[in-house]
Every structure is written in structure tokens, then in C-alpha cells.
Write a protein that binds this ligand. Structure first.
Ligand code: FNR
Length: 188
């Protein structure tokens, strides 16, 4: 059985980020044959075409290489002011460059998210999907993971304690693995 390697990042730089914690839980719940590598966006500068013209900064190169060599990309995004936070979008913007050789082109993408609010980052996730129309990435439509009231579902150490969410995460990843295989251009 081939392995599906998933490159994942959370759109938060916060040490106690619920979204990063959600990715750690995803690593624990990954079905057999799925590996999840978590990339930290710390150190990825704000997109600047002048910087890019001098050559991608090291963390941007690491981000883009990680996406390029992975079978699929999983993003756990918070929601800020009913939209996608700058940290998440900035990573996608760097990875979208140059458009003719973007590592996101044709890449299967999964979007999940957590928030202490009642909507579990739904609007942030929704808005993020739009970016992947331009990058020609294949965003999995369903299932979705919207972790609402996140402060009640993770403990002090950032471990997901909500068993229902944990079990659903496993089902999500099984569906994501199937999606990535179905849409991958090399027909894995
Ligand atoms: C938020 N937060 C938030 N939550 C939400 O559900 N909808 C929203 O529109 C917003 N807006 C918002 C704006 C700004 C500027 C901040 C700083 C926060 C709360 C947010 O979900 C919360 O801080 C999460 O904990 C952020 O995710 P991480 O860092 O825990 O992954």
C-alpha cells in the first residue's frame, strides 16, 4: 500500500495555537499509510516581490519544497474577523509563486480549523478555499472539520481531549487520503 505524505501547517504563530494542536491530533489519528509532517510558519516573512526577486528566503524555500514533494497539503486555519488570517494567506501567497511553477498547482488540499467561537473557523475556511481556485489546487469539498468551542476541547498541554472530534479527525483523514489519491495527477 503506497504511503500518502501530507505536508501540514497551521495559520497561527501562537505557541498554544489550537490549530497547531489540531494538527498534532491529526498526526495521532492518521490512518495507516498516511504520514503528516507539521511545518511551522514562524520565520516566513510577509510576501514582498522585492524579496522574492532576490531569491526566496530560506523558510519560504522550505515551505515550497515541503509542498512540492508532498502528496497533499493540510491547512489548519483560524478565523480572524470573519475571514482568513494573514498568517495563513501569506503562506499560500508565497507558495503560489511563480504561478507557472507553483508547488500548489494540481495539489490536493484539505482545510480544517478550530476556534473558541461557535462556528469553528467556518468563515475563515470558506474564504481560504477561494485562493485555491487561482492556484489550481484540488480542495476537498467534504467532509469538513470545524472545531467550535476549542478551549473546551484541548487541555492545558494542547492535547485534543474531545473523543468525538478525535474520532471524526480519523474519518476525515481517511477521506482525505482517498481524495488525494483520486485527484493526484500521477495517478497514484
Ligand atoms: C479572533 N478570533 C476569532 N474567532 C472566530 O471564531 N471568529 C472571528 O472572526 C475571530 N476574529 C478574531 C480576530 C483577531 C484579530 C483575533 C486575534 C482573534 C479568535 C480566534 O479564533 C482565537 O484567537 C484562536 O485561538 C486563534 O487560533 P489559534 O491561534 O488558537 O490557532
Amino acid at each position: 500500500m503506497p504511503t500518502t505524505h501530507v505536508f501540514a501547517f497551521a495559520g497561527s504563530l501562537r505557541e498554544g495555537s489550537y490549530n497547531r494542536a489540531l494538527l498534532r491530533a491529526a498526526q495521532e489519528e492518521a490512518p495507516e499509510g498516511v504520514t503528516i509532517e507539521i511545518f511551522d510558519l514562524t520565520g516566513v516573512p510577509l510576501y514582498n516581490a522585492d524579496l522574492e526577486a532576490k531569491g526566496d528566503p530560506d523558510r519560504v524555500t522550505a515551505l515550497k519544497d515541503g509542498i512540492r514533494t508532498a502528496d497533499a497539503v493540510l491547512i489548519a486555519t483560524p478565523e480572524y474577523n470573519h475571514g482568513v488570517p494573514a498568517v495563513t494567506k501569506n503562506a499560500v501567497d508565497w507558495a503560489s509563486r511563480p504561478p507557472k511553477d507553483s508547488p500548489l498547482d494540481g495539489k490536493p488540499v484539505g482545510i480544517i480549523g478550530a476556534s473558541p467561537g461557535m462556528t469553528g473557523s467556518a468563515r475563515g475556511q470558506s474564504q481560504l478555499r477561494q485562493a485555491f481556485e487561482f492556484t489550481n489546487s484540488y480542495c476537498m469539498p467534504q467532509p469538513e472539520i470545524l472545531v467550535a468551542r476549542a478551549h473546551e476541547k484541548f487541555d492545558e498541554e494542547g492535547r485534543l481531549t474531545d473523543e468525538k472530534t478525535r474520532s471524526f479527525l480519523g474519518k476525515y483523514l481517511t477521506a482525505f487520503e482517498e481524495w488525494a489519491t483520486r485527484v493526484s495527477e500521477d495517478g497514484r
